[in-house]
Write a protein that binds this ligand. Structure first.
Ligand SMILES: [Zn+2]
Length: 96
């Protein structure tokens, strides 16, 4: 099976004035263009600090989006409920 890159992300280095390219592969693995990732020894390549930071930022982004959707959803539901409560017993007049 040939591995394919499905996503590419630029990641600014906070130590060197450089931008690394983090690639996400279709098997779920990551690679990075930094020397620490490219020149590491051993059979199985470990994620470098950029990949770890990238994964963390992605998770946080997703958590943030989920939390925002939930809070906005709850707010809308709460407002609707309050409206319905104040309209209790009153016939609703629909705007023409
Ligand atoms: Zn890296």
């Amino acid at each position: 099976m040939v591995r394919k890159i499905i996503e590419r992300h630029e990641w600014e280095s906070d130590t060197a004035n450089r931008t690394w390219i983090i690639a996400k592969w279709d098997d779920g693995g990551f690679s990075c263009s930094c020397p620490a990732w490219i020149y590491q020894k051993g059979g199985v390549r470990k994620d470098c600090k950029h990949i770890n930071a990238f994964i963390l930022s992605q998770n946080q982004r997703e958590q943030y989006i989920t939390a925002t959707i939930q809070s906005v959803g709850n707010k809308v539901i709460k407002e609707l409920k309050e409206k319905c409560d104040t309209m209790g017993g009153i016939e609703i007049q629909w705007e023409k």
